[in-house]
Write a protein of this length. Structure first.
Ligand code: GLN
Length: 537
């Protein structure tokens, strides 16, 4: 049987949680024993979000193959078993670059190159490319943006054509809308949904299912009203009520019959979806045995999406320990006035995490936070930049190397404990400006890292330019640093931890990208466990 496609579009307003619905659908279908992959089509003209500010776009999610992708791919990987790659995220920028490159090579044989068919064909080719993996049962394709946007039109045209290209019985369309509740009238308003579906019909797409986001439970006649006006069965109107935890979404959508409907529509015969792992997650989230306060010291703390995977992974670490992680988002700049003020702000934290980041702003505040955690033996977890700042703090305050820094922030400093490989002696460079994607790492026996993973070789994802400078390895090791994770040839530091501290560990990679609610990342699980045993003072 050919791979089936489910296309997910959104209308009325943005931020409806399309990504969560698409991911949840993936997990329910997997629960039926199907092999699933999600894909995201992004209408922006950037080739990828790698160059966008976290303030603009939120986090950049990195896949094993080193693609810098939309943060929705993070949801997809957290909710399903699939390991995604650059093939799972396509942007307008990529599509146009490819078409223009082909045009320059003369591949269009003298034709006028146009949006239809050349751009739309390129989009379809990218969608169909996923189906080359014959073992894939279903591909769920989410179209970014909202119906009515100029930018998304070529994508909508392409998915419309897919129905005739690939076969009616192999393509289904899910449209997500908002059904607002008018408090004063005590009514749910279906008009925006009607308009949005009308607009979709105007483009030539009749949705098979309408998923309606609502803050108020549906009234008995809400579904029939939408069904009547939008030309679908009442059963095909899915109530998508605001939930207190997104992890309940797969259970909720199964109860609403979303997967039944789509499987019938696509001729997929399977058993009822097994969501046992999700039931367990939701039970823990509802009844945690304790709460653990973790301070996250960053610089994009007002845009929560900028640290999406970090905040998810901390939550998962809590779930794996049966507790709730209470995150305190601390602006690094607020800690810059010195240790007294830092101590005031960090008081009560049972763990501190410094996430990844770029640029100088906030660095000194992060170093204050790390010093506080090291001196008071509060569990500390440094991720990427968080490891680099941990090394700088150690060099400055334990090795007493005044002015130790990363060459990212002080290119001419006396002690470049973090620097680019090109700037280091006796190392082979990796080529390219960024270390991106999955790299192997060998763990040291008896270390906290090895205890957490219970594996010898691990693979973790990177996104950084700077590295620990090996010239400082020996001095650090003598003063109590254990380099518990290194590249297989030993040349790159991947994990460092302090021997004389209950749990202080920095990693050069981004473990948060591989954490799932149903399978917390081992380091996040171990960090929260350490925080739980620590008595806050
Ligand atoms: N700015 C640092 C580097 O490029 C850290 C990057 C990160 O935290 N992802 O090496």
């Amino acid at each position: 049987m050919p791979t089936k496609f489910v296309f997910v579009t959104g209308g009325v307003v943005s931020s409806l949680g399309k990504g969560i619905v698409a991911s949840s659908l993936g997990s329910i279908l997997e629960g039926r024993g199907l092999k699933v992959q999600n894909m995201k089509l992004d209408p922006y003209i950037n080739v990828d979000p790698g160059t966008m500010s976290p303030f603009q776009h939120g986090e950049v999610f990195v896949t094993d193959d080193g693609a810098e992708t939309d943060l929705d791919l993070g949801h997809y990987e957290r909710f399903t078993q699939a390991r995604l790659s650059r093939a799972n995220n396509t942007t307008t920028g990529q599509v146009y670059s490819a078409v223009i490159a082909k045009e320059r090579k003369g591949e269009y044989l003298g034709k006028t190159v146009q949006v239809v068919p050349h751009i739309t064909n390129e989009i379809k080719d990218r969608i169909k490319a996923l189906a080359k993996d014959k073992s894939l049962d279903v591909v769920i394709v989410e179209v970014g943006g909202t119906i009515g946007d100029i930018e998304s039109l070529p994508f909508l045209e392409a998915i419309r054509q897919m129905r005739t290209d690939w076969g009616r019985e192999h393509c289904a369309y899910v449209h997500l809308t908002l059904v607002p509740y008018m408090k004063s009238a005590g009514e749910l308003k279906t008009k925006p949904t009607q308009h949005s579906v009308k607009e979709l019909l105007g483009i030539g797409i009749q949705p098979d299912v309408i998923v309606c986001r609502t803050e108020h439970p549906f009234f008995p006649d809400t579904k029939s009203k939408i069904a009547l006006f939008c030309n679908v069965d009442e059963k095909a109107v899915i109530e998508n009520l605001d939930l207190d935890t997104i992890y309940e979404m797969p259970l909720w959508l199964r109860k609403e019959g979303l997967d039944d409907l789509l499987c019938k529509r696509l001729g997929l015969r399977t058993h009822v979806s097994n969501l046992h792992a999700w039931e367990k997650v939701v039970a823990t989230v509802r009844r945690p045995s304790a709460t653990v306060d973790i301070g996250v010291v960053g610089k994009y703390t007002e845009v929560r999406d900028a640290y999406k995977s970090i905040s998810e992974a901390l939550t998962h670490g809590g779930i794996a320990n049966g507790v709730r992680t209470e995150m305190h988002w601390i602006e690094a700049a607020d800690l810059e006035k010195g240790p007294v003020q830092a101590a005031k702000i960090l008081k009560g934290m049972r763990g501190v995490l410094v996430p990844g980041g770029f640029g100088h702003r906030g660095i000194e505040g992060k170093i204050e936070a790390i010093r506080w955690a090291r001196e008071r033996k509060v569990p500390y977890f440094g991720v990427c930049l968080g490891m680099q700042t941990m090394a700088i703090e150690f060099a400055r305050h334990v090795l007493k190397l005044k002015g130790a820094n990363s060459t990212e922030f002080d290119a001419a400093g006396p002690y470049p404990i973090i620097s680019m490989l090109e700037e280091q002696k006796n190392v082979k460079t990796l080529g390219g400006t960024m270390r991106l994607g999955a790299y192997p790492c060998r763990l040291a026996k008896g270390s906290r890292a090895a205890a957490a993973y219970s594996e010898k070789i691990i693979f973790e994802r990177h996104r950084h330019r700077y590295e620990f400078n090996n010239e400082f390895r020996e001095a650090c090791a003598k003063a109590g640093v254990l380099f518990s994770g290194v590249s297989p040839d030993g040349s790159l530091v991947e994990i460092m931890e302090l021997r004389d501290h209950p749990w202080m560990l920095g990693v050069q990679f981004h473990p948060e990208f591989k954490s799932k609610p149903t399978h917390a990342h081992p380091l996040f699980k171990a960090f929260i466990k350490a925080a739980l045993t620590f008595k806050a003072r």
